[in-house]
Design a protein around this ligand. Structure first.
Ligand code: ZN
Length: 294
């Protein structure tokens, strides 16, 4: 069922839980994630990479995810992840995305705020355009630099030790939230995209400093590789949304590698292979849902 992403996250936080968000490059993975959420009786967030959304088929995937979310037995939000191009944002929202991470984190502070405001203005124009797209669209913004690459696991040069300069500056949080108009805030506290080299070192002290400066929910990206024992602490710091991508891809690719030959021998059984894909992604999503739920 359709839900505002901020309301989904806030109601989870009120119960001491956080909502997992999973990058879906394809419909099979999305079906597995929604199936796991329905089995758990919990809401979930489907993320679409901007590199996916920038293509015609990517926009068709968003439209398909919209239908999947609306027809689900639990609240499901569809978010365009890490977008910095207004054209892609407008196209994705028109295709059915109900929230956007407007990512100006690589820009100067003022330019970051300006980008988030510009995206908000684009959504207002869409909302007034008669199609209804753009109204009720939730904006997440990002403050502080996250190392690594969202779509490829080898891109992280941060080695799990992001430079202090990349951390979210808690002194900026109040002003940033007020002026950008963001409804959720992604933070950099030692988390990275891709694979951690060595043990992740989340700076809970930095997170705590941020959490006391704003009332909007915080978001932790790059959760793959962060131990469950750490993730369970997130909701207490007002982290209501946790993004997963790398581990999901790892599991699916391992499964495909291990199972393809047998299904080929079994009469070119593509349905069987898809069932294994579904089980891999679904098992991972179920574990993340359980970890973050109280
Ligand atoms: Zn991210």
């Amino acid at each position: 069922m359709r839900v505002r992403l901020d309301q989904l996250v806030i109601s989870a936080l009120q119960q001491g839980s956080a909502v997992p968000a999973f990058t879906c490059y394809d419909f099979t993975t999305a079906l597995a994630v929604v199936g796991a959420a329905e089995a758990a009786g919990r809401g979930v967030i489907l993320l679409v990479s901007p590199s996916t959304a920038a293509t015609r088929n990517g926009l068709r995937l968003i439209a398909a995810l919209r239908g999947l979310a609306d027809g689900a037995g639990v609240p499901v939000a569809v978010q365009l992840d890490h977008a910095s191009k207004l054209r892609v944002i407008a196209d994705a929202v028109s295709a059915g995305a109900d929230s956007v991470l407007v990512d100006g984190s690589s820009l100067d502070y003022e330019d970051n705020i300006a980008l988030v405001r510009a995206a908000g203005a684009v959504l207002d124009v869409l909302a007034s355009g008669g199609s209804g797209a753009g109204s009720e669209i939730v904006i997440e913004a990002e403050l502080g630099g996250l190392a690594g690459d969202e779509d490829r696991a080898f891109g992280s040069g941060a080695a799990g030790h992001a430079p202090a300069a990349g951390f979210t500056d808690s002194a900026q949080v109040e002003d940033f939230v007020a002026r950008s108009g963001a409804q959720l805030l992604a933070v950099a506290v030692g988390n990275v995209h891709g694979r951690y080299k060595g043990e992740p070192e989340l700076r809970w002290d930095v997170l705590q400093d941020i959490a006391v400066r704003t009332r909007i929910p915080l978001v932790l990206h790059g959760a793959s590789g962060i131990p469950a024992a750490e993730l369970v602490k997130a909701a207490a710091m007002n982290v209501g949304k946790v993004n997963f991508n790398t581990e999901l891809r790892t599991g699916v690719l391992e499964t495909l590698e291990a199972c393809t030959a047998a299904h080929r021998t079994d009469g070119e059984n593509l349905q069987g292979l898809l069932a294994d894909w579904d089980a891999s992604a679904g098992t991972f999503a179920a574990a993340a849902l359980a970890t973050l739920s109280r």
